[in-house]
Write a protein that binds this ligand. Structure first.
Ligand code: GDP
Length: 196
């Protein structure tokens, strides 16, 4: 578990992000997927990433430092409905710049709502990742909301589609911010990546 995390900076340009001198982990997903809750759960801090009721509120690259040894990055959610084309292309420029250039990035976690059938916006985004050479790890969120078998069914459907997009199916984790399911698995995975 991460014991202490602090907010560092918000940026729209990867070049202005903190000096890349620590292993970094990025989190991204559709608005309302549970990203802020997951970051708060992982860092054991109820108010670190703001849990906003408003979709698409966080539109910058937000850096946090975890236990003085990692950077955790909250990326702006994709797929919010009422944005202009300009904002969408600004978003894409910012995200592409970050995901394809940030040299200390160890993993990009793409959050998927485990309650839902595969969603077009998620599939579009992971296709974009595949096309841009961005490796991803999937994190299915809100697993406490459905029965274990329903969650499994939804994950199977999503993984079946993911396999057609990536040569190798991405790794995935199942989490709940409400019950802390998946916290140890996810942080162990992060630790393994940084110790190799
Ligand atoms: P974000 O927009 O992706 O940052 O999503 P939030 O973290 O703000 O969560 C959106 C809503 O889903 C909030 O009402 C959260 O309380 C709820 N939520 C997030 N994660 C979970 C979870 O694991 N279990 C349950 N039951 N609710 C969750």
């Amino acid at each position: 578990m991460i014991k202490k995390a602090t907010f560092l900076t918000s940026n729209s340009d990867y070049r202005k992000c903190p000096t890349p001198n620590k292993p970094e982990f990025a989190f991204i997903g559709r608005s309302n997927v549970g990203k802020s809750s997951l970051i708060n759960m992982l860092t054991n801090n109820k108010s670190l990433a703001k849990i906003s009721g408003k979709p698409g509120k966080t539109q910058l690259i937000n850096h946090f430092e975890a236990d003085g040894k990692w950077f955790i990055v909250d990326l702006p959610g994709y797929g919010f409905a009422q944005v202009s084309k300009t904002l969408k292309s600004d978003w894409e420029k910012m995200i592409k710049g970050y995901l394809t250039n940030r040299e200390n990035l160890q993993a990009t976690f793409v959050l998927i709502d485990s309650r839902l059938d595969p969603q077009k916006k998620d599939l579009e985004f992971i296709l974009w990742c595949a096309q841009n050479g961005v490796p991803i790890v999937l994190v299915f969120t809100k697993a406490d909301k459905l029965s274990v078998s329903k969650v499994k069914g939804n994950i199977q459907k999503f993984m079946a589609t993911s396999k057609t997009i990536f040569e190798e199916a991405p790794l995935y984790f199942v989490t709940s911010s409400a019950t802390a399911v998946g916290r140890e698995e996810l942080t162990d995975f992060m630790r393994q990546l940084t110790e190799e």
